[in-house]
Design a protein around this ligand. Structure first.
Ligand code: ASP
Length: 338
């Protein structure tokens, strides 16, 4: 569909919730690598995207302005609650969230589980600050608005639009520290592609999300502590003991291979599980699944397998799961469904 000739009253209405990131970053010159994230407001960002007002009526709200390395559950809860407050309004056809790329995948997954609407929710960022030569932010933002304004984006959960690609929150991951083509969805592939406001759709995510999600954060002000612990050669098990001592309610192991860890870590994780801390085995390997009872006896040890979720997303799901009392079986089922 072409949006260019739309009259004002036909134009979809898109609200942008801005949170910062490199897309709102600024440097002193156009060619330096150092810059400050979250320095530019949403109004200034919109002013740098010629023609965006032709594809939608766009309204911006500044919710936060941080580099996404400083994204917090406080801010994410605020964003989720704001989405849930405005989504039912007739003057909102779609929502765009500007966000840094560092933790975009976790935030997208968090909102995928906590936003309660079928309307398009699209996250967008950039790899180059707004002041850079060939900044990628303006076209990414244009495409994100084009996706949020597209009725075909409805019901696909939270999407991430960058570099002309449309990814699903469940499956995307950041793969390059600096390249413009940083996001990939290695297991499941793209949901679609976006080109100057026109979209082609390939897939719909199969995982439960948004309106089918059982997680309700309307009265939540804090999430339980869940730590991610990286497994490697000769790792000391006492990192796991320390996490338990610090009050973690859940621990995600970024395991080697199929969610494995050495004997010292298995012993410590099994102690943690016996004390009631939920232990999830994920993998530091970027593709493939972590299955139950493959090299470790999860049934005996009381562990959960993260299946397709990477450690950072497995942590989000566990933090939400732990908002209420659940059996190990029920928690495992969440990893199969979400
Ligand atoms: N550190 C930045 C951030 O995540 C990087 C970026 O946005 O690309 O906010």
């Amino acid at each position: 569909m072409c949006w260019y000739a739309l009259a004002d009253q036909q134009k979809p209405k898109v609200t942008i919730l801005a949170t910062g990131g490199t897309i709102a970053g600024a440097a002193a010159t156009g060619t330096q690598s150092g810059y400050t994230s979250g320095a530019v407001t949403i109004d200034a960002m919109l002013a740098a995207v010629p023609g965006i007002d032709k594809i939608a009526t766009v309204k911006g709200e500044q919710v936060a302005n941080v580099g996404s390395q400083d994204m917090s559950f406080d801010i994410l809860l605020k964003v989720a609650k704001r989405i849930n407050a405005i989504a039912p309004n007739a003057d909102v056809n779609g929502i765009v969230i500007t966000h840094g790329t560092d933790t975009m995948e976790e935030s997208a997954y968090f909102l995928n589980l906590t936003a309660k609407t079928d309307k398009p929710i699209v996250m967008v960022g950039s790899m180059r600050p707004s002041t850079a030569v060939s900044a990628d932010g303006p076209l990414n933002l244009y495409n994100a608005v084009g996706v949020a304004a597209d009725p075909k984006a409805k019901g696909r959960g939270v999407l991430v639009v960058m570099n002309d690609q449309i990814h699903a929150a469940h499956s995307l991951t950041k793969t390059s520290t600096t390249a413009v083509e940083t996001f990939m969805s290695p297991g499941r592939g793209l949901v679609g592609v976006a080109s100057y406001g026109k979209n082609d759709w390939y897939n719909s995510p199969i995982w439960k999300h948004t309106t089918q999600s059982e997680f309700d954060i309307s009265n939540v002000t804090q999430l339980p502590r869940v730590d991610v612990i990286f497994a490697d050669v000769d790792m000391p098990g006492d990192l796991i003991d320390a996490s338990v001592a610090k009050g973690a309610k859940g621990i995600v192991i970024a395991g080697v291979g199929n969610g494995n860890m050495n004997k010292a870590a298995v012993d410590a994780a099994s102690r943690a599980a016996k004390s009631g801390v939920i232990v999830v085995r994920a993998s530091r390997v970027p593709t493939g699944l972590v299955g139950r009872n493959v090299e470790l006896d999860d049934d005996k040890l009381g562990f959960i397998a993260s299946y397709e979720l990477n450690p950072q997303k497995a942590r989000i799901l566990l933090a939400l799961a732990l908002l209420k009392q659940r059996s190990l079986d029920d928690i495992q089922k969440l990893y199969d469904m979400y």
